[in-house]
Design a protein around this ligand. Structure first.
Ligand code: ADP
Length: 424
């Protein structure tokens, strides 16, 4: 049968006609569906833009803060970050910071709607930080990518403004530095009362160092300076370094050398990768290598976890110099326990003893606490003389504790009860 006759016979068949119609409909729907998804892909490719900000990127925290400012007030889906801040008076301030939760949020920016998707992977970890992998994706209509550049810049400015006049404390997480808590309001340098001229001397030395990078470069000397503050506990070593950082508008990179799992390589890397304009602070360096001052139980509990070695620390101190000034402060309560190699010039350029209170220190602390207009200075002298006459060493922390105890007492009672300084 010729083909034309066959087709006309089939066309006259009602069953075949209906089947063919259904097939046509199905085909049409499939083509439409494919067309729609291809259209969507095409639309997204040509008329929409996305920006992914992974949690490893420096601007991640800035973008989160920006999204918080733009969206957190309106969205009903929040996650919380709680910080505690212990004041010098012992009072604890708790602050709740809200962030947009994991999920999708819509914000309006410059008359444009931007979809913000914050995701957290349950299966993959940020290996450096040991936390679940997160990212934020911004999606907007249009093709003008300068929108994203503007957002990133705005986010950066916003973050810098929030940190203005505040000290960022960094701690080591894996092999990178991460801000620890929220930026803190620094205490004034004058509130840490050291013996005559000590504070001024160190401040002047650091300022001089910061001002002359070319002096170092021209002479081929690594641009770094090391300081060691030593002396009994509670005399203000740590408080001074933090206040100094605030004065210089620097951050503080806190590193605990006795941390288990901190290897020589990691230490070396961390020292060379400290954020710009920060002071690296190694506290209690005498305790870094464990040994004779550590109980057997403690050391057994951590068996197998590596620790920093002295040669590792020396290497890290001498490590490759960067063009950025590296300011390193170490503290110890026992300078005699430190290896001579650790505190030789080049590694430690300035050593300062921060000791028990002198009479002048006690006087200045009294004035700061009780005498607002420097009136009745005689009272400060009388109190300081009474304490010094006992012959017992006293730390600034003890004096501060006592002043808080007798805050509302009369001057005579403060002098009379001075023995309570050593009771706590
Ligand atoms: P260190 O590091 O020498 O052990 P800290 O700096 O940790 O001492 O001081 C402990 C506490 O005592 C802090 O709350 C601090 O405010 C107070 N303190 C210690 N020394 C001084 C000082 N010289 N002036 C004012 N406060 C001090």
């Amino acid at each position: 049968m010729p083909l034309a006759d066959l087709l006309s016979t089939l066309g006259d068949n009602p069953y075949f006609g209906a089947g063919f119609g259904l097939f046509g409909l199905g085909l049409g729907a499939a083509v439409l569906r494919k067309g729609a998804s291809a259209g969507l892909v095409l639309f997204r490719r040509n008329f929409m833009m996305t920006l992914e900000v992974p949690c490893r990127d420096k601007s991640y925290q800035w973008v989160l803060l920006w999204v918080t400012q733009k969206a957190a007030r309106r969205t009903q889906h929040l996650s919380v970050e709680t910080t505690f801040e212990q004041m010098d008076t012992g009072r604890v301030n708790t602050t709740y910071h809200f962030l947009p939760s994991i999920g999708v949020h819509l914000i309006k920016y410059r008359e444009k709607y931007i979809q913000v998707t914050r995701t957290r992977e349950q299966q993959s970890l940020d290996l450096h930080a040991g936390v679940p992998w997160e990212n934020v994706v911004l999606t907007a209509f249009g093709t003008n990518k300068s929108l994203f550049t503007d957002i990133l810049e705005e986010a950066r400015q916003m973050a810098l403004k929030a940190m203005e006049g505040r000290t960022i404390v960094y701690t080591a997480l894996g092999s990178e530095w991460r801000p620890f808590g929220h930026p803190q309001k620094p205490r004034p340098l004058s509130s840490v009362v050291l013996d005559d001229n000590v504070s001024e001397r160190i401040l002047k030395d650091v300022q001089k160092f910061i001002c002359k990078p070319y002096w170092y470069i021209e002479r081929g000397i690594p641009y770094r300076r090391g300081y060691l503050l030593h002396g009994p506990p509670g005399c203000g070593k740590t408080s001074f370094i933090k206040a100094l950082a605030g004065e210089l508008q620097y951050g503080v990179c806190l590193l605990n050398l006795s941390e288990r799992g901190l290897t020589d390589d990691r230490l070396n890397y961390l020292m060379s990768a400290a954020p710009q304009s920060t002071i690296i602070l190694l506290e209690d360096v005498d305790a870094a290598f464990g040994g004779r001052h550590e109980s057997k139980q403690v050391s057994a509990a951590y068996d197998g976890l590596s620790r920093v070695t002295l040669s590792g620390l020396l290497n890290a101190l001498d490590g490759a110099a960067s063009s950025e000034a590296r300011i390193l402060f170490m503290t110890t309560n026992y300078i005699d326990r430190l290896d001579a190699a650790l505190i030789r010039p080049g590694r430690v350029d300035v050593k300062e003893y921060i000791g028990h209170c002198s009479q002048s220190q006690i006087e200045r602390m009294y004035k700061r606490f009780f005498l607002e207009n420097n009136d009745n200075e005689q009272q400060a002298t009388e109190f300081a003389e009474t304490v010094i006459k006992t012959g017992k060493p006293v730390s600034a922390a003890q004096i501060q504790g006592y002043f808080m105890l007798v805050e509302d007492c009369s001057h005579n009672d403060i002098v009379k009860n001075h023995q309570s300084i050593w009771e706590s």
